[in-house]
Design a protein around this ligand. Sequence first.
Ligand SMILES: Nc1ncnc2c1ncn2[C@@H]1O[C@H](COP(=O)(O)OP(=O)(O)OP(=O)(O)O)[C@@H](O)[C@H]1O
Ligand SMILES: [Mg+2]
Length: 242
Amino acid sequence: MGIFQFKNVSKVFGGLRAIDDVSFSIDQGEIIGLIGPNGAGKTTIFSLASGFTPPTSGKIFFKENRIDGLASDQICKKGLCRTFQVVKPFGDMNVLDNIMVGSLLHTANMKKAQEEALEILYTLGLVGVKEQMGKNLTIADRKRLEIARALATHPKMILLDEVMAGLTSVETREVIEMIRQIQKRNITILLIEHIMQAIMSLSDRIIVIHHGQKISEGNPKAVSNDEQVIKAYLGEEYHELT
Ligand SMILES: Nc1ncnc2c1ncn2[C@@H]1O[C@H](COP(=O)(O)OP(=O)(O)OP(=O)(O)O)[C@@H](O)[C@H]1O
Ligand SMILES: [Mg+2]
């Protein structure tokens, strides 16, 4: 059994079946890319996995325990932590304190929390903005802070929702490197991203969601050659490039 599973998970919002009988499994240490058109249900998968909303049916397992039905802070304490597509730093707190909020989930020792926050701050290249208030950060630094705060919770697995959206190509390359550093800490990564070059180079496997259903799963090459994926999402143009 892998570190994380969805088993026949569905989520209905009113009349909309946003997630429709989705099953997949992720092994410890893998980087999995989650792709699909706008509105496919990718962020909903993150909300279900991280306890922000319960599934309508189906089961979710993390480290062989059922986590569906648990609250998001309980799930985060178990080592599964998410970032948000729309980043949400604490605006009136500086960057260091923002990261410390993550550390304080697993320690009540302020000194320890600060040391750890500083270590993450250096690793992710946020040292130059340590004293800046969350609300004054650039998009790129907000995205970095979002990852830093998630890392500070000591995750075993991290859910990254479009952390490269809106970044320049140089910034995107920096985030790709950051994600590789996270993997080196033996943290399993589930990554939603529309930037195909990034997802193809980072992912061990890719899962494709369309209209709430899993339409394909496999290594990047297999998925990018899958007729159904090309039709629903990638388009002929991308296929010809690979
Ligand atoms: N809380 C909610 N209440 C009602 N409908 C919702 C809710 N959250 C998501 N949806 C709907 O579920 C569907 C899937 O949305 P979701 O945000 O998961 O898509 P996505 O794949 O992340 O898209 P994008 O690439 O644009 O971020 C959409 O039709 C969306 O409008
Ligand atoms: Mg989304």
